[in-house]
Structures are given as structure tokens and as C-alpha cells.
Design a protein around this ligand. Structure first.
Ligand code: AMP
Ligand code: MG
Length: 423
């Protein structure tokens, strides 16, 4: 006590904390300390959606593999293009996609050609059917508006033999399935699935279907973690909820680390609870407890247990999601063998004032839209408490407020991280 007032100890409501790590420093330490899994598997291309490419895809063919027409029209020799005025050409045959013209195109001759059909080697120009005049005898008249190479798709114009079309670490998307198929490749080699085990900690947690007694809550973190991890395409190992009992937590951690590449827990890392979990983690692994200068999600444990990467996330449901997207996801992507994703931040105009005190980066939950003037605008959820999971359900973006920023006035521009692209 000092002058009748209690001296307040450092606490979770403080903004500046000298011992805190910045988000960037924490992320760098995390990502720098992990490496990619080494196993791979070779799969039919349809089964590789969302997987990470382990061996680059190199084309063994030219695409297109033959010179072909980009239009329905007439294939003509360059030397027959009139320098001025018009010229009449005899039409000596037709070429369809998949059914080439058989024969020779000679002086003052042309063929009828369809989109995708092979352009005969003697011809160099395709003239659109709308740009010719057709006579009763089937001959055509062309004028002087055409250039060599026009409407002709060259061999290898899209992809040349030997080109690396997809790099190691690329996440396979729908376009890639088509691209690989267009090269005639049936199977590709992808990184093996990363195994991620997780459990919740807390005496207060109950499973769905159990009645709630006073002070108890349903375990929701395991469900959000299930969703976030499944989206990433990892093998998900849900180990349930574990009581706050030293030996139970210890056994659960050891078992999890034995089967998984990464172990994630939620709860038990805040000041009030950290002690026994801290002791256990330090006995069985190398785990550090960090205070990250962020809100929500300041307490975070990170390290390794028996070769597995360990994340101890805070218990509050929103903190779990924020720390997952800011730290676990980029870390996991590297372990999965993926190349880092660019972080997309947009500038949007705040539609309401945003409460904020300097000292920590804040990830507020917002809803991003475009106004009639075509500007991005964002409004934030009224209740930004770290236990308000509905604020995440109702949001479609994080509003990222810089460490030193104070309150944001309505109409000011703020950084927004859209959920699409990260979720
Ligand atoms: P803790 O980090 O363990 O102190 O937990 C912080 C807050 O998050 C407490 O209100 C917990 O009841 C809540 N919490 C912890 N784990 C979960 C969970 N799995 N699902 C929902 N809420 C949780
Ligand atoms: Mg707890």
C-alpha cells in the first residue's frame, strides 16, 4: 500500500509491457525454428487438391502442341495478303478442331478454318469470317487490313517443353489440376500430410451432450481448431478435453507428441494457471512462455516436445482463433512444405469509432463491404471481448490496429485482413 492506495501488479489489462514480444518478432522466431516434413506421396491429380507440391511439375510437351486458329474464319498465306485494295482467293478445303486439312494450300488459295483447328504450315494468317466476302462459287474476297500471324496461336505459346510450370511448395488449386491435366500428367508428388494433435485443458469444460452444472461450459475450442486445421488440409487428431491435473496433462502431451508433427493445446497458459503446465512443459520439452504485444492472445507458449512443434494457445475462444491465424497457420504452412503466403492487408474506411489504447497490436473483428462510391468500408463488432466467439462468426475480416495507435475515429482508414485467403 502507498498513500492508501493498492499498488497494482502487472496484469492482463495493461497495454504496454516491457517484457512483451512484438507480433513480428514472435512470428519470425516461430517460423525460423521449424522445418518442412520430409515424406512425400505420389497421387492421381484429382486427389491432390489443397496439397503441397513436393516435386516441381515440368512440361514434357509444348502447349499448344500445334499451331492453331484462334477464330472461325479462313487461313491464308501471308504473301497473298493484298498491300492495298482487295484480292480474291479460292477456298480449297476445311480444317476443324481435331480434324486437320489434308493437302496443300497454294498461291491465291485459302481454307475454311475453325477455332482450335491446325493452321496448315503454308498459311500464316487467319481472317475472321466476318471480315471476308463470300462469292457464289465459294471463293472469298479479302482486303488489306490483315497482318501476318493474326489470329494464329503459335506452338508452345502457353507453355514450352521443359518449362517448370508449378514450383515446389505450391498449394494445388483447381486451376493447377487443369494445368497439370493439359500437360498429360496423371500423377504428381506432394508432401505427406502433416499430423496435428490437439486437446483442450480446463476443469470447467464439458462435451456436447453432457448437462452443464454451475460454472461449466461446453468445449468450443476443439471445434474451431478442428475447422481451422481441416481447412489447411492437415491430418487432424482430436484428443479431447483434459482436466487441469498435472499428470493427466503430462501424459496427454507425451502421447500427442509421440504421434503428431505438431501439438496444440488451448487454455492453461495465462498467469493464474501457467504454473503447473509450465513445469510439465519444461520437464518434457523445450517450451517458452511468451507475452506477445497483441490483443487478444497475449499469453502464448511455443516450443518443442520430443521433436514435435508445440503451441500452447490461450483459452479464450477468440484468442485461439487470432493466435492460430497469426502464428500457427504460417508456421504450419512451412512445416507442410508450403511457400509463405503474402499477407493481404486492405485499407478500409472505419464506419464507427474503434476503441483502442496504445501498447499492443489489436485484431478487432470487423465486417468489410464496399460503399456506393466503391470504397472499402468496415464496421466493427460492438463487443470485442476475447470470449465473444459470435464476434468471429459475424465478422469477415480482422481490423489490424498498429501497436502505437490509439482510438480510431469514424471515417479514418484502417488496415483490414480479410478472412478469405486466410481461412
Ligand atoms: P484459460 O486460458 O485456461 O485461463 O482460459 C481462459 C478462458 O477461456 C476461460 O474463461 C475458460 O473457461 C475459457 N476456455 C478455456 N478453454 C476453453 C475451451 N476449450 N472452450 C471454450 N472456452 C474455453
Ligand atoms: Mg483453463
Amino acid at each position: 500500500m502507498q498513500n492508501d492506495r493498492i499498488i497494482i501488479q502487472p496484469n492482463c489489462d495493461d497495454d504496454y509491457d516491457a517484457d512483451s514480444l512484438t507480433c513480428e518478432a514472435a512470428l519470425k522466431r516461430i517460423v525460423d525454428s521449424v522445418r518442412a516434413v520430409s515424406g512425400t506421396e505420389t497421387l492421381p491429380i484429382r486427389e491432390t487438391l489443397g496439397r503441397i507440391l513436393a516435386t516441381p511439375v515440368v512440361s514434357a510437351i509444348d502447349v499448344p502442341s500445334h499451331t492453331n486458329s484462334a477464330m472461325d474464319g479462313y487461313a491464308v498465306r501471308a504473301q497473298d495478303l493484298p498491300a492495298s485494295g482487295t484480292k480474291q482467293l479460292q477456298v480449297v478445303g476445311s480444317a476443324f478442331a481435331g480434324k486437320p486439312f489434308v493437302g496443300q494450300v497454294g498461291d491465291n488459295q485459302a481454307i475454311r478454318i475453325m477455332t482450335g483447328a491446325v493452321v496448315p504450315s503454308e498459311t500464316d494468317v487467319v481472317i475472321m469470317q466476318e471480315q471476308v466476302e463470300i462469292a457464289d462459287d465459294g471463293s472469298i474476297t479479302i482486303d488489306d487490313r490483315h497482318k501476318t500471324g493474326q489470329n494464329v496461336r503459335a506452338v508452345g505459346e502457353d507453355i514450352q517443353i521443359g518449362t517448370e510450370v508449378l514450383h515446389r511448395g505450391h498449394v494445388i488449386g483447381p486451376a493447377d489440376l487443369g494445368l497439370v491435366a493439359s500437360l498429360g500428367i496423371a500423377e504428381i508428388e506432394v508432401c505427406r500430410k502433416t499430423r496435428v494433435a490437439f486437446f483442450s485443458t480446463g476443469d470447467e469444460l464439458r462435451g456436447i451432450g453432457e448437462p452443464l452444472e454451475l460454472g461449466q461450459i461446453y468445449d468450443s475450442n476443439r471445434y474451431t481448431l478442428h475447422g481451422m486445421l481441416t481447412r489447411l488440409g492437415v491430418e487432424v487428431i482430436d484428443l479431447g478435453a483434459v482436466k487441469d491435473v498435472r499428470d493427466t496433462v503430462r501424459t496427454a502431451l507425451i502421447d500427442a507428441a509421440a504421434t503428431a508433427d505438431m501439438v496444440i493445446t488451448s487454455g492453461g497458459v495465462s498467469v493464474g494457471e501457467a504454473d503447473y503446465i509450465k513445469e510439465v512443459l519444461q520437464e518434457i520439452g523445450e517450451v517458452r512462455f511468451w507475452k506477445v504485444a497483441m490483443k487478444p492472445g497475449r499469453p502464448l507458449a511455443f516450443g518443442s516436445i520430443d521433436g514435435s512443434v508445440f503451441f500452447g494457445l490461450p483459452g479464450n475462444p477468440v484468442s485461439v482463433m487470432v493466435t492460430f491465424y497469426q502464428f500457427v497457420q504460417p508456421c504450419l504452412l512451412k512445416i507442410m512444405g508450403g511457400e509463405p503466403r503474402p499477407q493481404i492487408l486492405l485499407k478500409a474506411k472505419a464506419q464507427n469509432t474503434l476503441k483502442k489504447r496504445p501498447g499492443r497490436v489489436e485484431y478487432q473483428r470487423g465486417f468489410l463491404t464496399r460503399n456506393d462510391a466503391g470504397e472499402f468500408v468496415v464496421r466493427t463488432e460492438a463487443d470485442q471481448g476475447s470470449g465473444i466467439l459470435s464476434s468471429m462468426s459475424n465478422a469477415n475480416c480482422f481490423v489490424v490496429l498498429a501497436m502505437d495507435s490509439g482510438r480510431i475515429e469514424q471515417g479514418a482508414f484502417v488496415d483490414v485482413q480479410p478472412f478469405f485467403g486466410i481461412m
